[in-house]
Design a protein around this ligand. Structure first.
Ligand SMILES: C[S@@+](CC[C@H](N)C(=O)[O-])C[C@H]1O[C@@H](n2cnc3c(N)ncnc32)[C@H](O)[C@@H]1O
Length: 216
């Protein structure tokens, strides 16, 4: 078209947006470079960054530690622990547990496959479509934190939990889910309040079906 500059069609970023973008990439580069350093611990909480598209909100360190200690205590010697959609607890457990404890992480996010055979791909939409490695009723405790606060997500995750658990269940989800958690899984709310690294709009709670140390 006459008198029209070809560059008119190229979208332009404002100086402010460009600066923010450059800062983001610089921070990302710095985080990536830390991963190859000697101090890097692949089991530290937050080693895999939150992806909000996947409803990922990590516990703060104290919460992950408290849940991991509870799971260890409840599973006993040579215990078997399943973490369902709860990677921070898995990571904390790896730092605490001895070789006699077996820990599985069922997760949708394949970045966690860095944890080798402990990682099992899991999509709550297909709750019983699980690896043959997972035998029914073979875990001393199942700890879960489903991605969404909906009856559908809870019911489907509950199918997986029931399949895996010998008996003990520890669930973290919204306080608003209390009645459904009781109806679907028969769990009761604990006193302990889980916290996250970022403040969330929804209040969170832990629920269990056994006497936990989370009530003291
Ligand atoms: C609310 S977060 C719970 C994380 C927990 N607070 C922690 O710190 O470990 C929900 C988890 O569900 C996982 N998730 C997302 N989509 C999923 C799906 N379709 N099936 C199973 N898990 C899923 C996310 O990757 C995330 O780890």
């Amino acid at each position: 078209m006459e008198g029209r500059d070809e560059d008119d069609d190229v979208p332009q970023l404002s100086a402010h947006t460009l600066a923010a973008l450059q800062e983001f990439y610089a921070e990302q580069e710095q985080r990536e470079s830390l991963k190859s350093g000697p101090e890097y611990d692949q089991f530290s909480v937050g080693a895999v960054e939150e992806d909000w598209q996947l409803s990922q909100f990590w516990y703060d360190d104290e919460t992950a530690l408290r849940l991991a200690k509870e799971a260890l205590e409840a599973s006993g010697e040579n215990g078997r622990i399943a973490c369902v959609s709860a990677p921070s607890t898995y990571q904390k457990l790896k730092g605490l547990a001895g070789d006699n404890v077996s820990i599985s992480l069922l997760e949708y996010d394949r970045r966690f496959s860095v944890y080798g055979d402990d990682f099992v791909f899991y999509d709550y939409n297909n709750p019983l479509d699980l690896s043959d490695r997972l035998q029914p009723h073979s875990y001393d405790i199942v700890l879960a934190d489903p991605p969404y606060l909906s009856e559908e997500c809870l019911s489907k995750t509950a199918e997986t939990i029931r399949y895996l658990a010998k008996g003990k269940i520890l669930l973290c989800t919204g306080a608003v889910m209390e009645d459904l958690v009781k109806k679907i899984l028969g769990l009761k709310m604990c006193k302990f309040i889980p916290r996250h690294t970022r403040s969330l709009a929804n209040e969170f709670r832990c629920y269990s079906n056994y006497e936990t140390g989370l009530d003291s």
